[in-house]
Each structure stands twice: as structure tokens, then as C-alpha cells.
Design a protein around this ligand. Structure first.
Ligand code: NZQ
Ligand code: ZN
Length: 386
């Protein structure tokens, strides 16, 4: 096992009715900025529950944080928060709202141009405290220190991580997810699945705890994901998915093991240039990364084939082929298509995607840092066919 330090300060409030508990988590005298997206929380009653929990408090609102939250929009919230001297941020929504709110939290007190937080590893000295009420299980943002923000003007989709932006608390009430459209149910499962794979499908370091945790999470998504599509009102199914997606990216399974993350980095460029949902890009790229890196990932691919898909017969290459095919089939079963061509993107789009990777200095990806630009090009070329 590799050396690691593990620290996760986010308090989780899990289960039906837990939104009411946020009143105890935010000090009474704080001026609160409630941030949310395009309005789903108004339609499904989550907004009303949050406002009821905050009755009597000073609450400002910022609506309109879009999927793949933009710097342009978030800076408007920063202005509002500075003007109103807000002390606490409460994000209510999916990963985009939580990510966007982390950026707002860091940007409000930031000295200098807040874009530097994303583009130039600008030093974050302090950040406003934030909490979240999650309505879309997918990203893990509710219990991690990462945030991904897009600058529309320049087609940059960039991430930052900082311990000061861990949510102080996150409410995970599975009933808030009942209203998710099938596309977002599928997206969430595929995103979490890929988070697990990025931390699992590398090379063995004799870390059986992390491996078994990861395999358990993958098997849970494989079992529960299709049930969420078939039985959207089943509380237990939603609860299992919600806890699974949080555990997939809260640092636990990634501690002490190598990480890959090439699929995410290549996927972010597809979203930046073509606007695909985050999970759609992962469903496209992951099977190709598995294929292109099959030799260096061989030991883990065989373990994945055996323990997750029960593929133990036949020669090694046949098992690896079957494991990649099973992965693709699972994404398709969740309603997320797995080729660029399925989204109308053709081979002529590949050079611009590779140029984006180069512009962002993403030229040494993967657990060995050996996914250079020619390798990324190969991954993308393999992802085109439909
Ligand atoms: O905006 P509203 O009206 O709320 O609608 C949203 C949005 O249109 C809707 N939605 C959310 N909860 C709902 C609901 N609709 C009905 N009922 C509900 N309960 O779903 C749509 C998508 O929401 P979004 O927040 O964009 O989705 P997701 O949670 O998948 O977040 C994606 C973003 O997270 C980033 C991605 O890059 C992307 O920008 N990621 C963040 C990570 C992190 N912080 O660690 C890691 C991930 O790998 C990922 O990169
Ligand atoms: Zn992701």
C-alpha cells in the first residue's frame, strides 16, 4: 500500500426528513446565501423544505447555476455575497451547484483575480463555510474538496481542490432524488462507476481493503442502477445509490492506491467543446482507455473481470475483452451511450480535443503519467465509431 493521509471533515446527515436538521448546523446569527440551479428544487418541494428549516434566518438567494457551472455565472453570486456580507453558503442541488458554491466560497475572500484559483493554482488562504443539500447522486462533491468550473468565453473546464471547501455538512435525503429524469439517474451511476474505476483500475499495490471496497461499490451500482430506472419510487434503491456515489469519491477508496483520472481529463475537454453531459463523456472514454491501456492495466483488468463480472474462463485476453464489453453494456443499460458518434461527433473533432489537452498541459495522464497526446488521440479515435 502507498503512504497516505486521510482526512474528511464533512458531516453527513443521511435519510428521509434530514433537511430539517440543517437549522442546527448553521449558527443562528449567520447571513446565509442559498444557491441553486435551474429550478428543479422548486418543483420537487426541496426548496420549501429548506426554507422551512431556515425560518427566521437571514437568507439571500442565488438561482441559475447551470449544469457544468460557469465562471461567468458564479462571479455574479460572488458579487452578491460580497455586497450582502454573507457568512455561510448553502448549496441545494446536484454536483454543479455544489461545485459552483465551492468556487464561490473560495472566490469571495480571494485577493486578486479569482480565475487564478482554477487556471493558475491561485493560493486559497481562506474560504466561506458551506453546506449542501444534495439532490443528484453522482459526483461525490458533497463529501470531497474538489470543484469543476467552466469558463464559457474560453472553453476551459478546469478543476481545483482545497481542504477549505469540504462542505461542513451535507444532507443526503434519498427522497429528493425521486424526481430525477432517467437521463440524470443514468448519468449519476455512470459518473460514480467511473470514479471508482479511476481509483481501482490501475496496478496492484497489495491494497486489498481498497480493492474490496471498490468492487463492492461497483457491484452495488450494477445491481441497484437498473432498479432505479425501473422502480423510480423505491426508497431503498435510491438510498443505496446515494450512499454509493458519495463513497465513490470521498477519498476513502483512493487512499493508499494509485489514481488514473485520464478518462475524466479527456472527458472534460469533450464537455468544454461539445457540451456533452459529464457522465456521457466518461461512458465514451472509459472503455477506450481500458482498451488502449490493457497491457499496463492487465493485472487489475483480470481482477475486475473475475470479481465484478464473474469472468474466469478462457484466455486472459478474452476475459479482458469481455470485461470491457460488459462495462460498455452496463453504461448503455443505464441509458448512457458510449461512442462520440452517438452524439453526432465525428472523427474530425479529434484534433481539436487533443489541442485542448495540450493547451491545458494534460500531456502526462494516467497512473504512470504515460498517456501523452498521441495516446489520448488513440483513445479518442477509438471512441468515435457508432
Ligand atoms: O438545475 P436544476 O434545475 O436543479 O436541474 C438539474 C440539472 O439540470 C437536474 N437535477 C438535479 N437534481 C434534480 C434534478 N432534476 C430533477 N430532480 C432532481 N432531484 O439535473 C441536471 C444536472 O445537474 P448537475 O448538477 O449538472 O449534475 P451532476 O450532479 O452530474 O454534476 C455534474 C458536474 O459535476 C462535475 C462535472 O464536471 C459537472 O460539471 N464533477 C464534479 C466532481 C467533484 N466535485 O468531485 C467530480 C466529477 O467527476 C465531476 O467532474
Ligand atoms: Zn466524474
Amino acid at each position: 500500500m502507498l503512504n497516505f493521509s486521510f482526512y474528511n471533515p464533512t458531516k453527513i446527515l443521511f435519510g428521509k426528513g434530514q433537511i430539517a436538521a440543517i437549522s442546527k448546523e448553521i449558527p443562528k446569527d449567520q447571513r446565509i446565501l442559498l444557491t441553486y440551479g435551474g429550478g428543479s428544487i422548486k418543483q420537487n418541494g426541496v426548496y420549501d423544505q429548506v426554507m422551512a428549516a431556515l425560518a427566521g434566518r437571514t437568507v439571500f438567494e442565488f438561482a441559475g447555476i447551470e449544469p457544468n457551472p460557469t465562471y461567468e455565472t458564479l462571479m455574479k453570486a460572488v458579487e452578491l455575497a460580497r455586497r450582502e456580507k454573507v457568512d455561510f453558503l448553502l448549496a441545494v442541488g446536484g454536483g454543479s451547484v455544489v461545485d459552483g458554491t465551492k468556487f464561490i466560497a473560495a472566490a469571495i475572500p480571494f485577493v486578486g483575480d479569482p480565475w487564478d484559483i482554477l487556471a493558475n493554482r491561485g493560493r486559497i488562504e481562506t474560504a466561506l463555510p458551506l453546506g449542501s443539500v444534495l439532490t443528484l447522486p453522482a459526483t461525490g462533491s458533497e463529501m470531497n474538496s474538489g470543484s469543476v468550473v467552466t469558463r464559457r468565453a474560453t472553453n476551459d473546464k478546469l478543476a481545483f481542490m482545497h481542504p477549505l471547501v469540504y462542505p461542513r455538512f451535507s444532507v443526503l435525503d434519498p427522497t429528493t432524488t425521486f424526481t430525477l429524469p432517467p437521463r440524470q439517474i443514468g448519468n449519476g451511476v455512470v459518473d460514480a462507476y467511473t470514479h471508482i474505476m479511476e481509483q481501482y483500475l490501475t496496478y496492484p499495490v497489495n491494497a486489498p481493503i481498497q480493492d474490496r471496497f471498490a468492487e463492492g461499490l461497483l457491484l452495488t451500482l450494477i445491481e441497484e442502477g437498473p432498479k432505479a430506472l425501473a422502480m423510480p419510487d423505491d426508497y431503498d434503491v435510491r438510498a443505496n445509490i446515494m450512499w454509493c456515489t458519495t463513497m465513490a469519491l470521498n477519498g476513502l477508496i483512493g487512499a493508499g492506491v494509485p489514481g488514473d483520472w485520464a478518462t475524466h481529463m479527456i472527458g472534460h475537454e469533450i464537455t468544454a467543446l461539445h457540451g456533452l453531459d459529464h457522465a456521457q463523456t466518461l461512458a465514451i472514454v472509459l472503455p477506450s482507455v481500458m482498451q488502449v491501456k490493457r497491457d499496463k492495466k492487465r493485472a487489475k483488468l483480470l481482477q475486475y473481470a473475475a470479481r465484478v463480472w464473474n469472468l474466469t474462463d478462457g484466455d486472459e485476453d478474452g476475459r479482458i475483452d469481455a470485461a470491457i464489453a460488459k462495462t460498455r453494456e452496463f453504461f448503455e443499460r443505464m441509458g448512457v451511450h458510449t461512442y462520440l458518434g452517438d452524439y453526432g461527433i465525428k472523427a474530425d473533432a479529434v484534433p481539436a480535443l487533443v489541442a485542448q489537452l495540450e493547451r491545458h498541459e494534460l500531456t502526462k495522464l494516467g497512473e504512470y503519467g504515460d498517456i501523452d497526446l498521441p495516446t489520448s488521440r488513440k483513445v479518442l479515435e477509438l471512441s468515435v465509431a457508432a
